[in-house]
Design a protein around this ligand. Structure first.
Ligand code: FNR
Length: 385
């Protein structure tokens, strides 16, 4: 399969690109508008340099932490991603199983293709559910009740999608409104026999949690994007966060917070943490890179709340830098999706092994025996920036 020869996340991305039809790969890989934020998210890590300690006894290294009140073996978690069955038949279950094997927290998307009850049943590990506040608040309340019944440990409320982002790669490929596949994309489907709709159970992708079927070939009565666009509520505000926090009563992170003020407001409204995120560059193009906001957000919140850096993490050193700046942990989306597309559960496993091996090696090289001791003295803006 070539997974063993993947030496890093970039190699897994290349394998995914080879295996998937163009439009499907672009749906994972792409961002909004000119994809500036998408590129910047990863590039911003190179604006920081590490200042290692030496001779500090790194014979054993402690990487465990707590995220959403749950134990995590590594300062790393898996972000929610929608439509996962489009990338591999084993979909969310494969991702969750690999996450559990590595002792990591997994987040299931509202737009996922596995029912939250089925995921909870198959997956005993720490799990959170990514929720939206929909126009129909009753639908959101129903999700809260279902998550509680199913034993989810936390919620992540995504707040950077009052409207759908402008993903131009998806428009070009036809994976957009209305889903209208071009001859070129149909040829690309035919040219990638390793990825086939019959193997995935047909072209109807069941958004299992919202009872909506998206037909990637026919479009169906309503496209996914119309459906989502119709459910997003531009009037959502902080009062709704207070309502959700009361309704849920457990660990709650606001996903998509970018500024210290909004981070403070999140905690004041009842959240227990924030995920600094621009949705992997898929929503507001031009939004700052999450890593650049860590220090200010941590300063605003103090030591206790979870501050998770989400977006652009491709290397163990990215995680070490984020932690030194004040993050509790980092979260990844595309890195595990590349693995899933490249080789199902084994591919996700490979992605997680690569990243966790890198984190362990990088901590040793930086002279850090316990991630709790990482601090700002271990990192600075690169002189050349
Ligand atoms: C996402 N993301 C996302 N976020 C969310 O809150 N709900 C969702 O349904 C999705 N769906 C989704 C699909 C795909 C294909 C991607 C790539 C991303 C955003 C995701 O949770 C996370 O914020 C980013 O992926 C982080 O950036 P990196 O790690 O991909 O650079």
């Amino acid at each position: 399969r070539g997974l063993d020869r993947a030496n890093n996340i970039a190699d897994l991305r290349r394998l995914a690109r080879r295996r998937l039809p163009g439009p499907i790969f672009d749906y994972i890989d792409g961002g909004a508008d000119d994809e500036w934020s998408l590129r910047r998210n990863a590039a911003a890590f190179s604006d920081y340099e590490l200042l290692p300690d030496v001779l500090s006894d790194v014979s054993s290294i402690r990487t465990a932490t707590t995220i959403f009140g749950q134990p995590s073996q590594w300062p790393l978690m898996l972000s929610p991603t929608g439509l996962t069955r489009m990338f591999h038949a084993d979909a969310e279950l494969a991702v969750a199983r690999a996450a559990a094997r590595h002792g990591l927290v997994y987040a299931l998307s509202t737009m996922g293709t596995t029912r939250l009850e089925d995921l909870a049943h198959a997956h005993a590990g720490p799990k959170i559910f990514q929720i939206y506040i929909f126009k129909d608040r009753g639908l959101t309340a129903e999700f809260v009740a279902r998550c509680r019944d199913a034993g989810f440990h936390g919620l992540a409320l995504t707040v950077d999608t009052p409207v759908a982002g402008n993903r131009e790669r998806d428009r070009v490929s036809g994976l957009s409104l209305p889903p209208r596949l071009t001859l070129r994309s149909l040829l690309s489907f035919a040219a990638h026999p390793a990825w086939s709709l019959p193997a995935l159970g047909g072209s109807k992708f069941d958004l299992a949690n919202v009872s909506h079927k998206l037909d990637v070939l026919a479009g169906g009565p309503m496209s996914l994007f119309d459906y989502i666009g119709g459910q997003f509520d531009r009037s959502v505000c902080w009062r709704d966060v207070e309502w959700l926090a009361r309704e849920w009563g457990g660990p709650l992170a606001i996903k998509g917070v970018m500024t210290p003020d909004d981070a403070r407001r999140s905690i004041a409204s009842g959240a227990t943490g924030v995920m600094i995120s621009n949705h992997g560059g898929r929503q507001l193009d031009g939004a700052a890179a999450p890593v650049d906001q860590i220090a200010a957000v941590r300063d605003a919140l103090g030591a206790a709340p979870d501050v998770i850096c989400d977006g652009g993490i491709r290397r163990g050193t990215d995680v070490v830098k984020a932690l030194a700046l004040g993050a509790t942990a980092c979260s990844i989306g595309r890195p595990y999706l590349y693995g899933l597309a490249a080789g199902g559960e084994a591919g996700v496993d490979r992605a997680l092994t690569l990243l966790t091996d890198e984190i362990a090696r990088d901590l040793a090289l930086a002279g850090i025996a316990d991630i709790a001791t990482l601090s700002r003295r271990h990192v600075r803006r690169a002189r050349s920036v």
